[in-house]
Design a protein. Structure first.
Length: 103
């Protein structure tokens, strides 16, 4: 079953610093993961009432199946990516594996 790993970045303490590091490192490092089929990034829209967003950015990493995704996170390429994610995510981060269900 197709699988994706979603990185959910919470609101950073310094958005400008986050954006600089994100643009320079995160996506390029993610693209090096073995078995990766597609990377999709998104930025959460601000709330109309000015309250904090529930998250800041998302990065979806698509793989053909769970086994390929699981193997990818044990590689040297992941060893470069994940410390970078945790270092940049000053507001917090969540990483989830999900079964992609198509309707």
């Amino acid at each position: 079953m197709p699988t994706k790993i979603t990185v959910i970045y919470d609101n950073p303490t310094d958005p400008a610093a986050f954006e600089a590091g994100y643009a320079e490192n995160q996506v390029d490092l993610a693209k090096k993961l073995p078995g990766l089929q597609k990377v999709e990034t998104s930025k959460v829209w601000p709330k109309e009432d000015g309250s904090p967003t529930p998250a800041y950015r998302l990065m979806d990493l698509y793989f053909p199946d769970y086994d390929t995704a699981s193997a990818a996170v044990t590689t040297p390429e992941a060893g470069a990516l994940f410390p970078s994610i945790f270092g940049l995510a000053t507001g917090g981060v969540r990483i989830v594996f999900a079964d992609i269900e198509e309707s």
